[in-house]
Each structure stands twice: as structure tokens, then as C-alpha cells.
Design a protein around this ligand. Structure first.
Ligand code: CMX
Length: 132
């Protein structure tokens, strides 16, 4: 069911400032910057092998990522796992009593279908399932 870590989401105040560390000091490349209006975030992707680091900047004051930054500061926001069938993965987890934030997939970056699992059921980490 889980195929790989698709990406690790890192909340930042400003993508351009945060990119300096990854590009100048780690030599990574930013492949793409995209607005995800539905979730009020701007995202930048830095590929690492089969996975990516996803920098998340709030695109408005009422963005959930702004809420996270105000509460916890910059840092790891979520882990995204790639699944081959997101609808089935969600239905299986629902049946097992896992608390889901999204019972149905919604649109993520890069045209992916994504869904979040409630941190109460994961031991505190926000976990995203995604399917491309
Ligand atoms: N880490 C740990 N806990 C988190 C969390 C995080 N990053 N974000 C939210 N939570 C907790 C909240 O504290 C809350 O806990 P309680 O129920 O105990 O109060 C719970 O999860 C639900 O959070 P909420 O904000 O009340 O619920 P919403 O349904 O309004 O939003 C969520 C949930 C995760 C979708 C939203 O907070 C969020 O982070 N949205 C942005 C998603 C994002 O990163 N999108 C990127 C899209 C690009 C892509 O990856 O494709």
C-alpha cells in the first residue's frame, strides 16, 4: 500500500529565505514553486532521490500553515506517503477506526490527490497520503 516517502513538508515564513540553505549550502535544486490556493499555501519542491522536501509558505493570514508557524515556529509540518490507491487506503483506515481529517481526497500540488490523517491517530505527526 505505502510505496515511498513522497515528501516531507517543512513550514517556513518565506520560501526565498529558506531556499538559501538548501540550495547554497546543501547544493539542492528547487524544481518548482506552485500556489495551492485551496490550501492557502505556496510550495517549493526540492527533489532528493525518489522523494522531495516541500517548503510551505502561508499565502494568506488565515492559512493553516500560518496558524502552525504562529504556534510552533518554522519546522517539519507533515510527512507525505505515496499510496497506489488513496480511496482504498482511506476506506481501510476508516474501517479500522483511524481518525481522518479528510475522508475523501482533495487536490494537492502537482495535480496529486491528497488526504490528511488526524495527528491523534498517528502519535502526533501530521501524515498526508498522496497519489499521483
Ligand atoms: N502537526 C501536528 N498537528 C497538527 C498539524 C501539524 N502540522 N496541523 C494541525 N494539527 C492538529 C491541530 O492542532 C488539531 O488538533 P486538535 O484537534 O487536537 O485541536 C488537528 O490537527 C486538526 O487541525 P485543524 O487545523 O483544527 O483542522 P483543519 O481540518 O482545519 O486542518 C489541516 C487540518 C492539517 C488540513 C491543516 O491544518 C493544514 O495543515 N493545511 C495545510 C495543508 C498543507 O500542508 N497542504 C500542502 C499541499 C501541498 C501538497 O502537499 O500537495
Amino acid at each position: 500500500m505505502i510505496e515511498k516517502v513522497d515528501h516531507i513538508g517543512v513550514a517556513v515564513n518565506n520560501i526565498d529565505d529558506a531556499l538559501k540553505f538548501y540550495t547554497e549550502h546543501l547544493g539542492m535544486e528547487c524544481k518548482d514553486v506552485e500556489e495551492v490556493p485551496e490550501q492557502k499555501v505556496k510550495v517549493a519542491f526540492l527533489p532528493v532521490g525518489e522523494s522531495k522536501i516541500e517548503l510551505l509558505e502561508p499565502s494568506s493570514d488565515d492559512s493553516p500553515v500560518k496558524k502552525f508557524l504562529d504556534k510552533k515556529g518554522e519546522g517539519v509540518h507533515h510527512i507525505a506517503l505515496h499510496v497506489d490507491n488513496i480511496e482504498k487506503a482511506l476506506a481501510d483506515m476508516k474501517e479500522k477506526g483511524v481518525k481522518l481529517i479528510d475522508e475523501e481526497p482533495r487536490d494537492g500540488a502537482h495535480g496529486a490527490k491528497i488526504a490528511f490523517i488526524h495527528p491523534k491517530s498517528t502519535g502526533g505527526t501530521l501524515v498526508e497520503l498522496c497519489q499521483k
